[in-house]
Design a protein around this ligand. Structure first.
Ligand SMILES: [Zn+2]
Length: 348
């Protein structure tokens, strides 16, 4: 893979410049007592098989290690820092100004300076949430040139529009729950059921049902657009602006349908209060709230990461069972704990 044609490197064993073979391999460096793993290319002498120091690969490896170390420390990867201005078509300097940072701050991060955790979280959030970026752009447009504003506005609009199909898919999952409940479902229930369907899909089908992150609201994970459409608490027969319908016109395949049904059968019997409490006891929501640094009753729109959902539920679900049993077992255990906690029988 990616052999450099005609490239040679020095082999101390063979005492000379030699041809080498390239292998991509997992490396591990213990840093402050913690093993940091990363992937990099390595060169091996074709004559004696010794690993050689080939400068481009050494450089590549050093960068991959630095990136892995940042991720380990909870710092936004350099790749995201570089991608953010491109994603929203904004210069580094105007971006710094929009953020209220020093004029050259963002350029420094691109050069490899490490941002604080606070700044790092802001960068990650803006990258993940085009709507949040758009709000920032609108609010602080006076701080940048009109041309910079117009260019960026056009770009962020395009990004938001390209997210649209994913929003449609999310609403489709929610509408499946409307159908399954016969229209008898509340806003909190539908949010949590959609969340669990997504979480189970990540583990069982190894991919998300839709590419959207929920936000870590006080009452648990919430898909904002779904909440906006589905504001009323009791909506038998009322489906917001009509986009959630009882008509079953699913865009999902059979496996996805089975999964959605399994989630309904396992979780659909619990009300919003129990479902909320269940999510409060799970890492993905807790981690997002922690990142945002908010108290129990504080508002928060921090996204819950799909990676956190996947790793938490992977640990909790027994992959050997069928999806129905798996969902049921998880729901029963989790609801039991949630009920005890609601009744104040154990510290939550
Ligand atoms: Zn050699």
């Amino acid at each position: 893979m990616g052999e450099e044609l005609g490239a040679r490197a020095y082999c101390s064993n063979c005492h000379g410049m030699v041809e080498f073979e390239t292998r991509t391999e997992k490396k591990r460096i213990v840093h402050d007592g913690v093993p940091i793993e990363y992937e990099a290319r390595a060169a091996y002498c074709v004559n004696c098989g010794d690993e050689l120091a080939y400068e481009p690969y050494e450089e590549e490896g050093a960068q991959a290690f630095a990136e892995a170390l940042r991720i380990h420390n909870g710092i936004v990867p350099l790749s995201i820092i570089k991608a953010l201005p491109k994603k929203y078509h904004i210069g580094k300097r105007p971006l710094s100004l929009l953020l209220g940072w020093g004029e050259v701050t963002y350029s420094r991060y691109i050069e490899g300076h490490i941002p604080s955790i606070g700044y790092s979280n802001i960068i990650q959030r803006l990258f993940d949430n085009p709507v949040e970026y758009e709000q920032l752009l609108e609010k602080n447009r006076g701080l940048i040139s009109d041309r910079a504003y117009q260019n960026s506005k056009k770009a962020v609009k395009a990004v938001i529009e390209s997210d649209q199909p994913e929003t449609e898919k999310m609403l489709e999952v929610a509408s499946e729950f409307c159908v399954l409940s016969g229209g008898n479902i509340g806003a909190r229930e539908i949010e949590k059921l959609t969340y669990y369907a997504q979480a189970f899909s990540l583990v069982v089908l190894d991919e998300p049902l839709f590419e959207l992150e929920p936000e870590a609201w006080v009452a648990g994970p919430v898909y904002r657009r779904l909440w906006e459409i589905f504001k009323l608490d009791n909506v038998s027969g009322v489906y917001g602006d009509g986009r959630l319908s009882l008509e079953d016109s699913s865009c999902f395949d059979e496996k996805e349908e089975d999964l959605i049904k399994a989630v309904w059968h396992a979780f659909g019997i619990y009300g919003g209060t129990v479902l909320s409490e269940m999510t409060h006891r799970e890492d993905p929501w807790l981690l997002a709230r922690k990142r945002a640094g908010v108290g129990v009753d504080e508002r928060c729109s921090e996204p819950i990461r799909l990676g956190d959902m996947r790793s938490f539920f992977e640990k909790r679900l027994d992959g050997k069972r069928g999806i129905r049993d798996m969902a049921k077992k998880y729901a029963e255990e989790s609801a039991g704990e949630a009920l005890l906690s609601i009744m104040g029988m154990q510290p939550s």
